[in-house]
Design a protein around this ligand. Structure first.
Ligand SMILES: Nc1ncnc2c1ncn2[C@@H]1O[C@H](COP(=O)(O)OP(=O)(O)OP(=O)(O)O)[C@@H](O)[C@H]1O
Ligand SMILES: [Mg+2]
Length: 254
């Protein structure tokens, strides 16, 4: 394996407040890396920093052999760094199909886009049946599938998912994790920010835990799974069962 994405010493400040402080992360091609951490640890900021959606005060983003540190978000997207943002952000007044087509806005190969969208409808019949209906009518779980579908239409080389299971019913949580594994098995490299620690550690190959904007722990998931006490100390709230309700309450504040 070789690194497809290397983040080194990434530092991001909002005004005077440092949200990310010298974070490094190596993503090997074909793996799932999960980024864990308590609320406010800097997980979203890390993904936004990788995309160039927030300015970095310091640090380097390398994608394969290309230094993207100074590249505009558009260039990073065109290189294959694709983010499914926190809270899904599908455009609810647009139809399912219009949302999927947004993912293709950088592509010129219309025929290939068409067949990929048809493949998404086949994989998710709920989306197919409602292709011409406003996305507002979809359930939260269906909207998450749509958001991931839209990202896939952008042809990611590294797909970044910011808390894709947040606020979903247990059925859709399972569906989202199944989809993540399926996409990874077909060769896609994934960076997965999650608060569902148990599930994230079970699908990912390696994990990085952020605490107050810094890397607290990083390593293979196998090692971290065996050291839940250490993890729980950084995740600020014990097991998934105890951390999830408090998380749900805060979910609406973003
Ligand atoms: N636009 C912003 N302006 C000012 N401060 C911000 C902004 N976005 C995030 N922050 C602050 O930066 C820090 C990191 O936030 P970030 O959203 O990256 O954390 P997170 O780990 O994604 O949290 P959560 O689990 O709640 O999504 C927090 O202290 C947050 O309050
Ligand atoms: Mg976040």
């Amino acid at each position: 394996m070789s690194a497809i994405l290397s983040v080194s010493d990434l530092t991001v400040a909002y005004g005077g407040v440092t949200a990310l402080d010298g974070v490094s992360l190596t993503v090997e091609e074909g793996e799932i890396v999960t980024v864990l951490g308590a609320n406010g640890a800097g997980k979203t900021t890390l993904l936004l920093g990788i995309m160039g959606a927030v300015p970095a005060a310091r640090g380097r983003i390398q994608f394969r052999d290309t230094d993207l540190s100074r590249a505009r978000p558009h260039t990073r997207l065109a290189s294959g760094l694709v983010l499914v943002p926190e809270g899904r952000q599908v455009l609810v007044s647009l139809t399912v199909e219009e949302n999927l087509l947004l993912g293709a806005h950088l592509r010129r190969d219309r025929a290939a886009v068409r067949s990929e969208i048809d493949a998404i409808y086949e994989r998710f019949p709920n989306l197919g049946q409602r292709r011409h209906v406003a996305a507002a009518t979809l359930s939260g779980g269906e909207q998450q599938m749509l958001a991931i579908g839209r990202a896939m239409v952008a042809r990611p080389q590294v797909l970044m998912l910011d808390e894709p299971s947040l606020g979903l019913s247990p059925l859709f949580v399972s569906k989202v994790f199944e989809l993540i594994q399926e996409m990874n098995r077909s060769g896609l490299t994934i960076v997965l920010v999650e608060q569902n620690t148990g599930k994230a550690l079970s699908v990912a190959h390696s994990a990085t835990v952020l605490e107050l904007g810094k890397v607290a722990v990083a390593g293979p998931c196998e090692t971290l799974r065996n050291d839940r006490r250490l993890l729980d100390a950084y995740l600020g709230g014990g097991s998934d069962e105890t951390s999830e309700p408090s998380r749900q309450m805060q979910a609406g504040t973003h």
